[in-house]
Design a protein around this ligand. Structure first.
Ligand code: F6R
Length: 362
């Protein structure tokens, strides 16, 4: 049942510290400064690959985009992230040295399954990051990494998004240690941030009352924009998706630097802008974008590293400092924001119109 919550989505948002502990448990090797993941893929293969392709849909695609921002600098390998429905392999592609990763909560998404089948048909090694043991995709790929989030019933993916990114952060650490791009000390630092995630997420959940007030204040806005760069850009996309699917409000996520290339034309005093100013996501440059929207009268809600002075924002939500994972923690604040906007509007939060939990048609 819903264990006293009005909606499964609310319950699942609050389950995130527990879900994360499950995702991390037994997977941190402190002595080695490494993740221990019991991966069956050959270490020799993982050492020599020169490209990773990630194929996924919706929220899982956003987890894939976050993984790219983690893996490329840490592992020094190029990562291509495609919407599964758009994933193509071209003749002449170096298939021997490519790992194809499907990110999928359900393991049943038709578009993702067919992307994996195209990859296999071209001779590529395939890997799934999923919540669902025994799912169709896990039976077709060469190996799987389970995110262990527990069942998710709300149509909107919440705990599985943070758990996917966490599993992919562990995988990035593993690859970096294996390939020698991350030292044992650096590995230990990343793992320490991963270990702090459950309590950082709890700190956001403890601020729900403030977030609910903001949601009530802005629930009748004309549109909502989310802006971020680097690690926060995928989170901007994800936060907009969450808000639009459960509230039916017009919400869009942009790379902060893209605002001036078009979307700025939509900004008015009736369009709140939620801006990621996290330390790990180039806050200086995003501050300039915030000033551009403020001068057009838009109310700005800044998601800012705890202790930073962001008094130029109309409102701020403090996010515990957590290196590369800080934007992931900020995402939890915006899950709550989306939930409370939708709740103010009286939407059927767990079963939004036209949507199904897993999309098994292509
Ligand atoms: C959004 C949402 C969808 C799914 C997408 C992929 O909240 O849940 O966008 O993320 O349909 O589903 P999976 O991860 O099961 O492949």
């Amino acid at each position: 049942g819903k264990a006293g919550h009005d909606h499964y989505m609310h319950k699942e948002i609050h389950e995130q510290p527990t879900a994360l502990r499950q995702a991390i448990s037994g997977r941190v090797d402190d002595l080695a400064g490494n993740a221990s993941l019991n991966i069956d893929l050959d270490d020799g293969f993982l050492q020599t690959i020169d490209e990773i392709h990630i194929a996924a849909c919706g929220t899982s695609y956003h987890a894939g985009l976050y993984a790219k921002e983690l893996i490329e600098p840490l592992v020094d390998i190029s990562v291509r992230v495609d919407l599964a429905s758009e994933y193509e392999v071209y003749d002449g592609h170096n298939t021997q040295d490519t790992l194809v990763v499907a990110v999928t909560q359900s393991g049943e998404t038709a578009d993702t399954l067919s992307a994996i089948r195209r990859a296999k048909a071209s001779g590529m090694t395939t890997f799934a990051v999923t919540n669902t043991v025994g799912s169709t995709i896990t039976r077709e790929v060469d190996d799987s990494l389970f995110i262990k989030a527990g069942p998710e019933i709300g149509v909107a993916a919440t705990k599985t998004f943070v758990s996917q990114v966490t599993a992919l952060a562990l995988f990035a650490t593993y690859l970096g240690r294996l390939r020698g791009t991350i030292s044992a000390d650096e590995g230990a630092d990343i793992l320490e941030d991963i270990r702090q995630l459950p309590s950082a997420v709890q700190a956001i959940l403890d601020e729900e009352a403030q977030i609910r007030r903001l949601a009530a204040q802005y629930s009748d806005s004309k549109a909502f924009f989310f802006i971020g760069r680097g690690l926060a850009q995928p989170v901007a996309l994800e936060s907009a998706l969450k808000l639009k699917e459960i509230s039916y409000a017009h919400a869009e996520g942009f790379a902060a630097g893209e605002l001036k290339h078009g979307p700025l034309a939509l900004v008015t005093e009736n369009t709140p802008v939620l801006a990621f100013l996290n330390q790990s996501a180039a806050p200086e440059e995003t501050r300039n974008n915030v000033k551009e929207v403020e001068s057009r009268g838009a109310p700005v809600i800044g998601l800012a590293t705890d202790g930073a002075d962001e008094s130029f924002c109309k409102h701020t939500i403090d996010i515990p400092e957590l290196g590369r994972l800080e934007p992931l923690v900020a995402n939890v604040a915006l899950q709550l924001f989306a939930y409370h906007v939708a709740n103010e509007m009286g939407r059927p939060i767990d079963k939004p119109r036209n949507l199904a939990k897993s999309v098994t048609v292509g």
